[in-house]
Design a protein around this ligand. Structure first.
Ligand SMILES: NC(=O)c1ccc[n+]([C@@H]2O[C@H](COP(=O)([O-])OP(=O)(O)OC[C@H]3O[C@@H](n4cnc5c(N)ncnc54)[C@H](OP(=O)(O)O)[C@@H]3O)[C@@H](O)[C@H]2O)c1
Length: 440
């Protein structure tokens, strides 16, 4: 194992993708803050951040270091002389990852596997919107007539259609294109690249003894905009969809929420490379979170539109929307909570209320909290008959029925099988072309 890579005695190893901006950067900051305040002094955080190039990685590490110093300065006020001790509890490491390149995902995974002893949390945050503009008339009309809902579940974003990743297999020396199936860009950046990463890193997430009372966690970052109608199994990569972003997020919800069902267990176990708990290993858990709505660079906008967007979000919060944390730091609440919460807390909440989607919410004053979020066809926890107050629900949300629940589970099975088929297909293709990265 390389010398330069920190491996503290009692380390908590967390990896965050897309860490150089928006929510990814905020997740890094919030993880530092909450880790230092909630974990014992004997524990250290090893924060592994991924970006698309070294320049962004360097800038991100510098930003996080500055943030760490600010946090330690503030915490020192209660215990003078404590700053140095606190600062020594956080270690940084940067890696390069482009989720639209399967080889890049494999390269990173191999490096991580060779250089750290285990992983505690992998936060699958990076993503693209794939939007190219706004339907302005619809935007103005819906915002003026139904402000809160219009900026929570917008219907006015215009998506690019037919976007594909660059070829995964380089052209031959004679310039001939390799024969490879299409790979949807939004699908790959938001979902499939992360899906592969989760598979390759699962053995490291599994390195937790049963006696530790904590499992490795694969934490997906989804969205409120994960609609049933957006996902079409005949175009699961949403290449021809007018809502590729929403489709990728719906797939995320389905895959994560059905990952603990007995009907998906054989395929999920294959994905997680899992046979049974042993003295030294346990099965990792897959969770799904979302940040609510925050002002970030995910929507390409001019400065003026950006200001208007922030103003619209603040107003929505003032009108009573719980889903407008607005700032990325508040939006990071649910991801960081799921990463750091005690396993017994998560398990007992799931035992009482079922497996759910954890969202970042705030009150009117911006006090943040974690809130379970309704998912079409799953409800709040996959339980038929669960009644909740209307707040935070989509205006057209329907109560979960037995039939809806069955359809969701069936969809989950089909999606898992299809994703494993696609993984096998691409791994074989890359191997045959001689470009795959060998893992072991
Ligand atoms: N903002 C919101 O209100 C909101 C709401 C719901 C869900 N989310 C989700 O939150 C996550 C983060 O979004 P954000 O709002 O923070 O957007 P953002 O500021 O645009 O950040 C996206 C991050 O993903 C990285 N990324 C994009 N394509 C990538 C690729 N092919 N490979 C590796 N990294 C890639 C970006 O890197 P570059 O800087 O190199 O492009 C950037 O670091 C996304 O999954 C998004 O769907 C956001």
């Amino acid at each position: 194992m390389s010398e330069d890579i920190p491996q503290p005695e009692d380390g908590f190893y967390a990896l965050v993708t897309g860490a150089n901006s928006g929510l990814g950067l905020a997740i890094g900051c919030r993880l530092i803050d909450e880790f230092l305040q909630t974990r014992p002094q004997s524990q250290s955080l090893v924060l592994i951040i991924t970006t698309r190039d070294k320049r962004k990685g360097d800038a991100t590490i510098q930003y996080l270091r500055d943030h760490l110093q600010d946090t330690c300065r503030k915490l020192e006020k209660s215990v003078p002389g404590f700053r140095i001790v606190l600062e020594r509890r956080v270690h940084f490491r940067q890696e390069i990852l482009d989720l639209t390149s399967i080889v890049s995902v494999q390269r990173l995974s191999k490096r991580i596997k060779e250089t750290i002893p285990k992983l505690d949390a992998v936060i699958l945050n990076a993503g693209i919107g794939g939007w190219v503009g706004l339907y302005w008339c619809r935007a103005v009309w819906t915002i003026l007539t139904d402000w809160k809902n219009a900026v929570t579940w917008p219907t006015f974003k215009k998506s690019g259609v037919g976007w594909l990743t660059r070829p995964q297999i380089p052209h031959a020396d004679d310039g001939k294109k390799a024969d490879e199936p299409p790979l949807g860009e939004v699908f790959c950046a938001n979902f499939f690249g992360h899906y592969l990463l989760g598979h390759y890193l699962a053995p490291l997430l599994g390195k937790h003894r049963a006696s530790e009372e904590s499992r490795g966690r694969l934490i997906w970052v989804s969205s409120l905009e994960a609609y049933t109608h957006s996902l079409n199994l005949d175009d699961i990569q949403s290449i021809w969809s007018h809502e590729p972003y929403e489709s990728s997020k719906r797939l995320t919800d389905i895959i994560a929420l059905t990952s603990t069902l007995s009907s998906t267990a054989p395929v999920v176990d294959k994905y997680l490379d899992y046979l049974q708990d042993t003295e030294k290993t346990t099965k990792p858990r897959i969770y799904v979170t979302h940040p609510g709505i925050c002002g970030t660079a995910i929507f390409p906008a001019s400065i003026i539109v950006n200001y208007l967007m922030f103003a619209a979000f603040w107003i929505a919060r003032w009108l009573g929307s719980q889903w407008h944390p607005v700032t990325a730091y508040k939006g990071a609440t649910s991801m960081v909570w799921v990463a750091l919460a005690k396993q017994s807390t998560l398990d007992s909440m799931e035992t009482q209320k079922g497996v759910g989607k954890w969202g970042s919410a705030t009150d009117r004053w911006g006090h943040e909290r974690v809130e379970r979020t309704e998912v079409e066809g799953w409800g709040w926890g996959g339980t038929v008959g669960e009644k909740r107050k209307r707040k935070g629900r989509h205006p057209h949300a329907k109560d979960l029925t037995g039939q809806g629940r069955e359809q969701f589970e069936e969809m989950g099975k089909q999606c898992w099988v299809e994703m494993e088929r696609l993984r096998d297909e691409w791994e074989k293709k890359l191997e045959d072309a001689g470009v795959a990265v060998k893992m072991d």
